[in-house]
Design a protein around this ligand. Structure first.
Ligand SMILES: [Fe+2]
Length: 67
């Protein structure tokens, strides 16, 4: 019996478009938070720098889950 190379699950173009947009959005905010992590300076930086970085990583994980 021949093995099919077609994907098992087919999704609509609309769903693929929405998922791609969601991934793009997660990556966009991830880059934004990582950039803020790198840019923050001064005394107040100590309190928020790590939070920006951890939030950026969290957003990356959201993108991975969607993918
Ligand atoms: Fe997110």
């Amino acid at each position: 019996m021949p093995v099919s190379k077609k994907p098992v699950v087919k999704v609509s173009d609309k769903l693929k478009d929405l998922l791609n947009k969601a991934i793009a959005r997660e990556l966009q905010v991830s880059i934004q938070y990582m950039w803020q992590h790198l840019q923050v300076m001064g005394v107040k930086a100590v309190s928020v720098q790590d939070k920006f970085k951890s939030t950026a990583i969290t957003e990356m994980k959201h993108a991975e889950k969607i993918a």
